[in-house]
Design a protein around this ligand. Sequence first.
Ligand SMILES: [Mg+2]
Length: 125
Amino acid sequence: MNSAEYIKKALRTEPKLEFTKTKYIDERLEHAFIGICSEAGEIADLLKKVKIYKKNIEKIEILEEASDLLWYIAIICDYYKVSFEELMEMNIKKLNKRFPESFSSKARDKVNKAKEYSEMNKVIN
Ligand SMILES: [Mg+2]
């Protein structure tokens, strides 16, 4: 399955809600943002099981939550008409700008968002 097929199939299960566009943000995006936070909470719950309760978790449990995150990312991609490929490319451009050689704390502390955004915008503009 390619990413365009994934987005189409994933959004088949998106609730058909009456989203409104507020002055600041479209509620469809809010749904995606809150969903991402919810899934992050589920990942934190897995970590709690391991760290605090000393229980094993299965690979499939982690991958389930990662795939759930993709579902919400699909909404964001669809909303902005950006493909997963473009999103991945934007992320790599940002990382290349931020860490031209490899990760370093020094480079991390000198983040220049304007330059990163400029590189990322080249993917979609
Ligand atoms: Mg989940």
